[in-house]
Design a protein around this ligand. Structure first.
Ligand code: ZN
Length: 324
């Protein structure tokens, strides 16, 4: 997942075991998700994704596994990091805003987490940058599935699929990186790209690296931070609205459940330690699409059909936010 350095582990809210039907928590905090969630629970996944079959729903209702809360610390040397063969510069589609569409005039910045080249540039990505509250690594390599499918490859693929969807609706889409640079950018530059674009919405794409058995997606919202160069107070409310819409659409389109290990079943988490959020002056959220270290989640994350649903779900949430 994202940018959790070994030197800074912020206090996190206690993770409560799920105390009631998941639908209650989802309904309370992710209103847009409710319809899709209920339909999914009632009729199963009509989208035909066998990997998200209702039979696996029982495992999502279990209390979070004590101690299994690795929230994405991406340890150097983790296995499977070398399986990414993607070369920089592979960019299947050029950005070409549609002449018209419901999102005409809207600017969306997509931030594909990490960079496939980070593995070869550890000294560069380990340099410290100022994120307002403190200093932190420029970037990390990201995680990978046990079979070596890297988070960096995943994020670029989903981001490119999102670009196609959003441009068809008329949005102007910009990337923080498109596999077109050797490493990075650093988290402060990632934020700066969204700020300079005066983006109407920014979404940072990630997948988590938690322990096996931890499943599901969660959207990370900026907490209220006012320290140094960071001042998220103007974007906390708008980012929450963006995040709730993204979570609801992601749930509806993919059929995936909210995380069973972060967010108490809401699919939402709030953090104050991510430079990419702290330094943003425009509405911005992260999404952790699933846990690459869980075999069932990994089966989804490595499926191109599932990634298309993920991209559609995130894009629908962004569009909903922009049309409000
Ligand atoms: Zn990440």
């Amino acid at each position: 997942m994202s940018y959790v350095g070994p030197d800074f582990e912020p206090p996190r809210p206690p993770r409560h075991p799920l105390r009631g039907p998941l639908t209650v928590a989802v309904a309370a905090l992710v209103p847009g998700a409710l319809v899709g969630w209920l339909v999914w629970q009632t009729v199963g996944d009509s989208g035909g994704d066998a990997q998200a079959s209702p039979s696996s729903a029982s495992s999502w209702g279990k209390p979070a596994t004590p101690g299994a809360s690795d929230d994405g610390k991406e340890q150097p040397g983790d296995s499977g990091r070398t399986g990414d063969s993607e070369k920089p510069g592979e960019s299947p589609s050029a950005s070409a805003p549609a002449a018209s569409g419901p999102l005409k005039g809207k600017v969306v910045v997509i931030d594909p987490g990490h960079n496939p080249g980070n593995f070869q540039h550890t000294s560069e990505i380990n340099q410290q940058v100022n994120i307002g509250t403190n200093s932190k690594e420029c970037d990390t390599t990201g995680t990978a599935t046990n079979d070596g499918y890297t988070e960096a490859k995943f994020t670029l693929d989903v981001a490119r699929r999102m670009r196609t969807v959003l441009e068809k609706e008329g949005a102007t889409v910009k990337f923080t990186q498109d596999g077109d640079r050797p490493w990075g950018p650093c988290v402060d530059e990632r934020a700066e790209i969204g700020n300079k674009a005066d983006a109407d919405a920014v979404v940072s794409i990630h997948a988590d690296g938690a322990g096996a058995g931890n499943r599901g997606f969660h959207v990370i919202l900026p907490g209220s931070v006012h320290s140094g160069a960071a001042d998220t107070r103007p974007i906390v409310a708008s980012s929450r609205e963006l995040g709730e819409r993204v979570a609801g659409s992601f749930l509806r389109v993919t059929g995936s459940a909210p995380s069973n290990y972060i967010g108490g079943g809401t699919g939402l988490d709030v953090r104050k330690d991510l430079g990419g959020l702290n330094l943003s002056t425009v509405p911005k959220v992260f999404i952790e699409c699933g846990n690459m270290r869980d075999s069932k989640d990994a089966a989804q994350l490595t499926s191109s059909a599932w990634r298309q649903k993920a991209a559609q779900g995130i894009s629908d949430g962004i569009a909903s936010f922009l049309k409000k």
